[in-house]
Design a protein around this ligand. Structure first.
Ligand code: ADP
Ligand code: MG
Length: 687
């Protein structure tokens, strides 16, 4: 049960003044559904503005506040062109206020011709004209907000404005209670950290190092503690030693010899599985390094020892692909492999459930559906988690583990996360590395070009497709998951390419009916379709060796790790492969550097490090990096700096306070619930 003191923080955002169904949507797009989320929606940065009278006195790129008289509205001629409002300062210098897309609605309302307005924003030059793109504020009087020297800048989604979010934050903070202190007092004193509530207030006001650090530390502490609790619980349950006799593995007919790295990893896994203690091992290997066959060997060990194995994939698409591959590879061994997803209904579902219960199914491949309560195994001995570097999965899995024994767990990832991050995400675990690609792989040529050259690109593609090649076309990413904007972009591109290539083009995206998605994938995999238009759902795992071309639109919006993953979809066969990174008109310096890195290197580990380095430089600092780390508050620097301390602190709590009894223990429970790591608490029950 959640401690009562936290109730106000878990109230829905709709309980805030001014939040109705209309505002709820854009808030949810940012992941803000409760007051605590708003509290933790920390500013991305702060701006300091200067009030100027004469635009000639202001520098390019400067954040300014200026009093303007509105002269004229110029509607955009095409949907792509911006909407402009011309205005002049008191000395007659002309400035354009520029709006893209739907933002022009607010321009029409806020800037009546002939009136005077105070406008705040970043001064830029576009050709000969001065301009401010999407001003931060437009007000009739030189209001207080504009005069304030330092103002937070929040991440927004369409439908939200800075003042709106700032107002909600203020409300949420005023309704937030004081919470008991869960951090070791000596640590608080040494670092000079404010209390939880004060830290939040300060972090929204200005760049306050200690306040931000404290909030980050809270998150890290919650995480470490939850991991330790789960681990402690897991240790109490025994695993089962699984020793294979090689009968199944001996019958495999692999078309290639294993690489040294694969052989080594399999030996490491085999060693772990023979132990009483449940294995917790991470298999790291770049895209295409050959993780699947390692997983298969590991699962066959379990089967040889009379147990069952499960492979958990993050999406249905991937589950299906894995199933096809594994079934094909495992066929000569006689192991029974099935696919189980949430989609299975009726008889088919019943028969799988029966097979898992009576042990006639040896290996099940599926989505999280394979761990539903309704699914019972005869003896699940081994679980493989594919491409799932999100937090908590491994832990939850250990908890949800079925049967008398905790299963051995192998997590596989192509994201070469640094050691600190694996510690943070999985706790203490062992790592096997596939640091060697199978022989004969050709380098992928990577080309970076502006979106404007798209017509020429399509011509070149046409020539390639005519020669029997296949191509992926990945549409821009707006958010991490497929949202309406991704779908719209993909649909539009699909329509355009279909005009040109007809039935040769198919499309997949996250909101397509599963049957349609499968049908499209199958046509592409069989080679009946030449081009696959997709959102990022194809990011991981898809394996079509004949595909040699990868086009990624608005590549600057993707992280390097993700681009690398996408690029890894090609270069899987013997033919030369190409990757084209298309970018928009204007590129920030960091974006340019990142795309250049993609051109230069094909080493996933190197790219990941560089990505961290470039971003550590500031671009994404302190913002959500949910794809990369398990944390929303703590940034990479803070993780590196504070995680070891938090880890020790958590250990102290566990050892001295016997797992959260006592006063500080009670406070720590509040912390776990605050960060929703409360499954850690649940292990304490009856323990
Ligand atoms: P990953 O999951 O690590 O990205 P896969 O397991 O999908 O990589 O393997 C990529 C491709 O390489 C597959 O087509 C697979 O059959 C092939 N492959 C795996 N191991 C070897 C090997 N030792 N030699 C040659 N090809 C291999
Ligand atoms: Mg894979």
């Amino acid at each position: 049960m959640r401690p009562e003191v936290l109730n106000p923080l878990f109230a829905e955002t709709e309980t805030l003044d001014g939040v109705g169904p209309k505002l709820k949507k854009p808030l949810e797009r940012l992941g803000l559904s409760r007051l605590r989320d708003i509290d933790y929606h920390l500013p991305e940065r702060f701006v300091t503005r200067r009030a100027v009278e004469n635009l000639d006195d202001a520098g390019e790129g400067e954040q300014i506040v200026v009093k303007l008289t509105v002269m004229e509205h110029r509607a955009s001629r095409s949907p792509r062109a911006p909407y402009r409002v011309l205005a002049q300062d008191t000395l007659g210098n002309v400035l354009a206020l520029t709006y893209f897309g739907r933002a022009s609605y607010s321009a029409k309302k806020q800037l009546p011709e002939g009136e005077t307005r105070w406008v705040a924003g970043k001064l830029e030059r576009f050709g000969d004209t001065l301009q401010i793109v999407h001003p931060d504020h437009v007000v009739a009087k030189g209001s207080e907000t504009l005069q304030r020297l330092c103002e937070p800048v929040y991440r927004l989604s369409e439908g939200l404005t800075q003042p709106r979010v700032a107002g909600l934050v203020e409300q949420a903070l005023s309704r937030s209670p004081d919470l008991p202190e869960w951090i070791e007092p000596t640590q608080i004193d040494k670092a000079g950290w404010p209390s939880w509530r004060e830290a939040l207030t300060l972090a929204h006001k200005s760049e306050n190092g200690p306040a931000r650090d404290r909030l980050a530390y809270d998150e890290l502490l919650a995480n470490s503690l939850a991991l330790m609790l789960v681990r402690a619980d897991n240790r109490k349950r025994k695993g089962q030693p699984l020793r294979g006799d090689g009968t199944y593995r001996g019958k495999l007919e692999l078309p290639f010899p294993l690489t040294g790295a694969q052989t080594r990893s399999i030996a490491e896994i085999e060693g772990d599985m023979a132990q009483d203690a449940p294995m917790l091992r991470l298999l790291q290997g770049d895209v295409g390094a050959g993780k699947t066959v390692v997983a298969l060997e590991a699962m066959l060990i379990a089967v040889e020892a009379g147990a069952q194995a499960a492979l958990l994939a993050p999406t249905e698409l991937l589950a299906r692909q894995h199933y096809e591959t594994l079934r094909r590879m495992a066929a000569p061994t006689g192991a029974e492999v099935v696919l189980f997803t949430g989609r299975d209904k009726g008889k088919a579902r019943e028969s799988i459930l029966m097979g898992l219960l009576d042990g006639s199914i040896d290996i099940v491949v599926g989505t999280h559906a394979i761990f539903q309560d309704a699914v019972a195994y005869k003896n699940l001995g081994m679980v493989v988690i594919d491409e799932q570097h999100r937090f908590g999965v491994g832990q939850r899995l250990m908890l949800a583990s079925k049967g008398r024994h905790a299963p051995h767990v192998l997590a596989m990832t192509a994201t070469p996360i640094p050691r600190t991050l694996t510690l943070a995400q999985y706790g203490e675990l062992d790592v096997s590395k596939l640091d060697e690609l199978p022989p004969g792989r050709q380098a992928i040529d990577t080309v970076v070009m502006g979106q404007a050259k798209i017509a020429a690109l399509v011509d070149r593609l046409a020539a390639q497709l005519a020669e029997g090649r296949q191509a992926y076309w990945v549409c821009p990413m707006v958010r991490e998951m497929d949202g309406p904007e991704e779908i719209a972009a993909a649909e539009a591109r699909y329509a355009a390419l279909k005009d040109r290539f007809g039935e040769d083009v198919v499309m997949v995206h996250g909101q397509l009916a599963p049957e349609l998605k499968d049908a499209a994938m199958e046509r592409f995999a069989r080679g009946d379709a030449k081009m696959l238009v997709a959102t990022t759902v194809i990011e991981v795992g898809v394996d079509v060796p004949n595909a040699t071309l990868m086009v990624i639109e608005q590549a600057e919006r993707f992280g390097l790790a993700q681009l690398h993953q996408l690029r890894g979809r090609v270069g899987r066969g013997s033919e030369k492969s190409f990757c084209v990174l298309l970018h928009g008109e204007t590129l920030s310096e960091t974006a340019q550097k990142r795309l250049a890195l993609m051109r230069e290197s094909q080493d996933g580990f190197y790219l990941a490090e560089e990505d961290l380095r470039l971003r550590g430089g500031g671009e994404l600092l302190g913002t959500r990096q949910s794809g990369d780390t398990a944390f929303n508050v703590a940034n990479l620097e803070q993780i590196t700096e504070l995680l070891p301390k938090a880890h020790d602190d958590a250990r102290l709590l566990m050892d001295r306070d016997g797992g959260l009894d006592g006063k500080r223990g009670a406070a720590a429970r509040v912390l776990l619930y605050l960060f929703e790591r409360d499954y850690g608490v649940k292990t304490l029950r009856g323990g």
